[in-house]
Design a protein around this ligand. Structure first.
Ligand SMILES: Cc1cc2nc3c(=O)[nH]c(=O)nc-3n(C[C@H](O)[C@H](O)[C@H](O)COP(=O)(O)O)c2cc1C
Length: 173
């Protein structure tokens, strides 16, 4: 497990190849297998594979979502925020599990933050931009997007020994 965690990196450059359908299914399964508070499963996963829509979606951030222009797919993770007040945690776990599963399947992916971010359009939030693009009901809050594609190059794994071990505190702080 630790080796898999160390191998997961953010991949923002992709080849022109599509992500094989069975791998997309595994990544989505990882989202659906994620634990949620009270098992309420408030999330929804919106898969985008249309190249024009991906390019439009890249404009949802002033910067930070450019990789969507070259991505094969994106999964928008949102939740019905009327179901539970901890939808942010629920969506974050799903995002993380899908990001890790993508890495394990040899698919490049990157977390694109939506919540609390602004689009390139004056005064328009990233979430507002996405809500308009997909005609989402107000009750859906958008947490993040996972960009996906076949990696254009391999990234080195993280070194476990280089981790910030001084962030670990025992008994007192
Ligand atoms: C909550 C969160 C938000 C992030 N938002 C973005 C983003 O909007 N755009 C982006 O290119 N990368 C984003 N990232 C990726 C981080 O920049 C990346 O994980 C970090 O630099 C460490 O690099 P690594 O993932 O390759 O280990 C985000 C990651 C997390 C966990």
């Amino acid at each position: 497990m630790l080796k898999k965690l160390a191998k997961r990196r953010s991949v923002r450059k992709y080849t022109d190849e599509p992500v094989p359908e069975e791998k997309m299914k595994k990544i989505l399964a990882a989202g659906l297998l994620s634990p949620t508070s009270k098992n309420l499963r408030p999330w929804e996963f919106l898969v985008v594979q249309n190249k024009n829509t991906l390019s439009r979606l890249a404009e949802c951030r002033d910067k930070g979502a450019d990789m969507l222009k070259g991505a094969a797919a994106a999964i928008i993770v949102m939740a019905d925020q009327t179901i539970n007040d901890v939808w942010i945690e629920d969506c974050s776990i799903a995002m993380s599990n899908m990001h890790l599963t993508a890495a394990d399947e040899g698919i490049g992916s990157c977390w694109i933050q939506v919540r609390n971010r602004m689009s390139g359009m004056e005064g328009k939030s990233t979430e507002g931009f996405i809500r308009e693009l997909f005609c989402l009901d107000e009750k859906f809050a958008v947490e993040a997007i996972l960009s996906l594609g076949m990696p254009a190059r391999e990234r080195s794994a993280l070194e476990i020994e280089d981790s910030l071990w001084d962030k670990i505190h025992y008994e007192k702080f």
